[in-house]
Write a protein that binds this ligand. Structure first.
Ligand SMILES: [Zn+2]
Length: 436
């Protein structure tokens, strides 16, 4: 997407989007473009999710905007870029950390009068509690409590002034702190002590999270922040909708790790985009069913297009319909012949590629199985709205096409000096010999 770098430039330099309206409009335009003006079939949040989690990787502009904002806020937290910080804080009465952690924006209205500061702090406050439930160790209690800017270049942070004894945090002595910060007066030490007394009630965040890592890094890592925000924004969505429907259909719960196996490992087999597309469509239950159509339009028959008897739900057409069963049985038999194995005929093997240990297939056989079942689904999808079901012959032609393409891709990669492990097609070739 070519627009993204241009917008990122804008977001980084002028992070002042006051409300959601513009993002909603952009999102509407993108959706219109993606779906060619038709009604979207997949929810926008899922479209934006990462490919390794079954999404489509469509950029979420609002999250990019927020990521740029957070990368800016990072400088307020690290307190290292003194020149810039002095410029941005010229009219502030307290230190940065008082606004970032101790919510002083509510009392000191001055903070929000500055339009960039006001936008940025809102982004930070939106995510703050998600990032830290306890006081971060990068907080400097002294910086937060300064009434007028002292102009210090280095501020003592909790990480440096605390010590852990018997599992409890203690404030180091004034002498100890003075070894590194010789300007600390008794009054400032008392200020730190007072703040520490309050903060230890909530406790301190001990394990470094992504924000701590970000702060230790010099670079502007918009992508890293974006990925995190994306993960949070999609976490409820992707477990919910399609995955639970599939679990209901196959009659058992599907572990998250199983989904991840398909998203991460199997996507690597299916580098060809139409194979990947089929897989994504299956997972997201893309194909429109008579059941859905009947809900959308009155006087539309909800019966299955194949058997014309039962209600045409997604799972019925793809699996339980007696007509469809004939197709899958044929493929199931042939695949057992090809692989010299016998295994049960389960919908999750054929529709989702969720292979199991009981199949006793090695990684190469798993790859062939994935190709073969994907071919079967692609052919079946071509007959989606038809009364007929495809034949075994149709399927074998498609599999042959994938076979050729796999070989060709291998040769091209080798030619470019990128050696990859070739697929071992011997068993399939043997099978084809016998058919002749
Ligand atoms: Zn049917």
């Amino acid at each position: 997407m070519n627009v993204l770098p241009k917008l990122l430039y804008l977001f980084q330099n002028l992070p002042v989007m006051r409300n959601n309206k513009l993002f909603q409009e952009w999102q509407k335009e993108i959706t219109k473009f993606t779906w060619k003006g038709k009604k979207p079939r997949i929810n926008y949040t899922i479209m934006t999710d990462e490919k390794r989690r079954g999404g489509f990787g469509l950029p979420n502009l609002k999250l990019y905007y927020e990521s740029c904002g957070l990368v800016w806020v990072k400088d307020w937290a690290t307190l290292e870029k003194n020149n810039i910080l002095a410029l941005e804080s010229f009219d502030l009465r307290r230190g940065w950390h008082s606004y970032l952690w101790y919510s002083k924006r509510m009392i000191e209205k001055n903070f929000g009068n500055h339009f960039i500061r006001s936008s940025l702090i809102k982004i930070w406050e939106k995510y703050k509690e998600r990032i830290y439930r306890k006081t971060p160790l990068w907080i400097s209690p002294l910086e937060a409590n300064q009434k007028k800017f002292l102009g210090w270049i280095k501020w003592p942070k909790y990480k440096e002034i605390l010590r852990k004894k018997d599992g409890q945090y203690q404030l180091r002595s004034q002498e100890e702190i003075k070894q590194k910060y010789d300007k600390i007066s008794w009054f400032q030490y008392a200020q730190m002590k007072e703040q520490f007394g309050k903060d230890k009630i909530l406790g301190f965040n001990e394990i470094d999270n992504f924000w701590d890592v970000l702060m230790q890094n010099d670079k502007k890592e918009i992508t890293r922040v974006y990925k995190k925000l994306l993960e949070w924004s999609t976490e409820i969505e992707y477990v919910k909708s399609c995955a639970t429907k599939w679990a209901r259909n196959i009659g058992r719960s599907i572990m998250m790790s199983e989904w991840e196996t398909i998203w991460i490992i199997k996507q690597r087999y299916t580098y060809a985009s139409d194979l990947q597309e089929n897989w994504l469509k299956m997972f997201h239950r893309w194909h429109i069913t008579p059941k859905k159509l009947a809900m959308m339009y009155k006087n539309t028959d909800n019966k299955c297009w194949k058997c014309k008897k039962q209600e045409g739900s997604y799972f019925h057409i793809w699996w339980t319909c007696p007509e469809t069963k004939v197709y899958w049985k044929a493929i199931h038999e042939e695949l057992q012949k090809i692989l010299h194995k016998s295994f049960p005929m389960k919908p999750e093997f054929y529709l989702l590629g969720l292979t199991e240990e009981i199949m006793k297939v090695n990684s190469n056989e798993d790859k062939i199985f994935t190709y073969a079942t994907t071919a079967a689904r692609m052919i079946f999808a071509k007959y989606w709205k038809l009364r007929d079901i495809p034949t075994k012959q149709h399927w074998l032609e498609k599999l042959d096409e994938i076979y050729d393409m796999d070989k060709l891709t291998y040769l091209m990669r080798v030619n470019r000096g990128k050696a990859i492990k070739p697929t071992n097609w011997e068993k399939f070739e043997e099978y084809k010999e016998k058919l002749k």
